[in-house]
Ligand binder design. Structure first.
Ligand SMILES: [Zn+2]
Ligand SMILES: [Zn+2]
Length: 379
């Protein structure tokens, strides 16, 4: 019942209408839902209007995960890394109070997208799963596939060029047209239209896939909100693509101080030139978008000190600066109290008491554990 709209072909060309949800029980239901949401997501603040579409772009560090709620229907797009599993589970069942997901979409099988989806499957009875491919040799993906099979769920590949209804929202699948050698370029790219508002989800699509969409359906690219491809890497968000989308809002799923250098300087520069409002999970935490079909409002978990910082690199440098070189070390020493990490030879490490000392094998490991680099030895 819950997935009827989504499953049927033939509804694809019907005009997207907002259901008459501003009066009667639908309104009360939405109001209740929003009030519950406000209580549950106290840190995100309360919303001023009753919006029938909500997009929760979750802070899963270096990865992507989004939950879309529309007219009582639930869609999940990607689930972050395996390390995000607990957060995904508690956000779905606790914060959002969900027990059902109508449609789960894995944009592509990399572990920073597939990792937390097993937790989502465990948390919520799921009706259907869309992926661009059936097989990928990665433990997180294979765990997800096995768990789906245990629940008698089989992967479906959405056809590029088709549309489906999701509540009153219309979903258009723009890509992939074929599977590329590069898994990122096989990402499911889809747009969601809700009333006059529009959202484009790109997975980790890179420039070759962007170019293919530009050639095949440029008229479907213009959107108010762009979930930026591949975490803001310079291999995505090409000039022509961004010119066609012209988003007012850009969402980037990036981990603080990530070692990939995401988002990239040139991509940030392109958004700045277009005066696109950039929201990044490393700076804003979880970002929730609300649409009533006409306007989009945004709530964030955190507010960066100044708007300019959204155009900085994830390691804290500003546009135009060259990232610091980090000296290589065999291991790093963290201080569990100060949450800073040091090179082994740094005085801060040498003099550290044994009880405060922890060891990281790599710089990335320390940063992922939430430790800041020492300002002295600059590890
Ligand atoms: Zn990714
Ligand atoms: Zn990827």
């Amino acid at each position: 019942m819950s997935n009827r709209n989504f499953g049927q072909a033939g509804e694809f060309d019907s005009a997207c209408k907002i259901a008459g949800d501003s009066t009667g029980t639908g309104y009360v239901r939405r109001l209740m839902a929003v009030l519950v949401l406000c209580l549950a997501v106290g840190l995100l603040g309360c919303v001023s209007a009753v919006a029938a579409l909500e997009i929760h772009f979750l802070d899963v560090g270096q990865g992507d995960a989004a939950v879309v709620l529309c007219d009582g229907k639930v869609m999940m797009i990607d689930g972050g890394k395996p390390e995000s599993s607990q957060f995904i589970y508690s956000y779905l069942t606790g914060t959002l109070g969900l027990s059902r997901i109508d449609v789960m979409i894995l944009s592509h099988p990399h572990s920073d997208h597939a990792g937390g989806l097993s937790a989502a499957l465990s948390a919520c009875r799921t009706e259907r799963i869309l992926t661009p491919m059936y097989y990928y040799d990665d433990p997180a993906f294979l765990r997800f596939r096995d768990l789906a099979a245990e629940r008698n769920l089989f992967f479906e590949m959405p056809l590029a060029g088709t549309k489906r209804m999701f509540g009153a929202a219309e979903i258009s699948f723009l890509a992939p047209y074929k599977l590329y050698g590069d898994t990122n370029d096989s990402s499911i790219v889809m747009r969601l239209d809700y009333g006059r508002t529009s959202f484009l989800f790109t997975g980790d699509a890179e420039i070759p896939e962007e170019v293919e969409i530009l050639e095949r359906c440029p008229e479907l690219l213009r959107a108010d909100v762009l979930k930026v491809g591949h975490h803001g890497s310079s291999t995505s968000s090409g000039e022509a693509f961004l010119e066609a989308v012209r988003p007012e809002i850009a969402l980037m799923g990036v981990g603080a101080g990530n070692t990939y250098g995401h988002p990239a300087l040139d991509v940030l520069q392109r958004f700045r030139e277009k005066e696109t409002q950039v929201y990044r999970t490393d700076l804003h935490g979880t970002v929730v978008l609300f649409s009533d079909g006409n306007t989009i409002s945004v709530r964030t978990e955190r507010t960066p000190e100044n708007q300019e910082s959204v155009y900085t690199l994830s390691w804290g440098g500003y546009l135009g600066e060259v990232p610091e070189e980090h000296p290589a070390a065999d291991y790093y020493v963290g201080n569990v109290k100060s949450r800073r990490f040091h090179l082994p030879e740094c005085e801060g490490a040498v003099k550290m008491s044994e009880k405060n000392r922890t060891r990281f094998e790599t710089r990335e490991e320390a940063i992922q554990a939430g430790y800041q680099p020492c300002g002295g030895c600059k590890p």
